[in-house]
Design a protein around this ligand. Structure first.
Ligand code: HEC
Length: 108
């Protein structure tokens, strides 16, 4: 079985993914997912785009709670508005939760 033609196909696929328009379904890193789904609302809510200004009294959600919030109907015990993102894969939800948790920890 010749391998070279297959590599050609694989390379074109990779190029398409790398150069194509941003498709949120393909996003993998917590940072790009955060920028796409979370950032603008945090800016508009006056929390700072990277959660720099979350009020000191806010309950900090753990990464697994953030995942529950995105994939299921979980907001308590935080003040976080209900955001439901069932389109995220478990891996994407985990990545963005870890990233947001890290931002919040870092910023305050
Ligand atoms: C509808 C607007 C909105 C969207 C969309 C949104 N947030 Fe928030 N977020 C808020 C508000 C308002 C607060 C402040 C809540 C508080 O005082 O605890 C907040 C606070 C937070 C905090 C810090 C406080 C805590 O509870 O730990 C984290 C972490 C967070 N958001 C994660 C996310 C992630 C991850 C996403 C995207 C998947 C997201 N948010 C999308 C409005 C939003």
């Amino acid at each position: 079985m010749p391998i070279a033609p297959r590599l050609g196909v694989l390379t074109s696929c990779l190029l398409l993914v790398a150069c194509g328009p941003k498709d949120p379904a393909r996003m993998k890193t917590g940072e790009e997912l955060y920028d796409y789904y979370c950032r603008s609302c945090h800016s508009e809510s006056n929390l700072g785009p990277r959660l720099e200004r979350v009020p000191a009294g806010s309950k900090q959600l753990k990464p697994h709670e953030l995942v529950l919030m995105m994939r299921h109907d979980y907001t308590r015990p935080s003040q976080h508005p209900d955001i439901r993102l069932p389109q995220l894969s478990p891996e994407q939800a985990d990545a963005v939760a870890q990233y947001a948790y890290m931002l919040h920890n870092q910023g305050n």
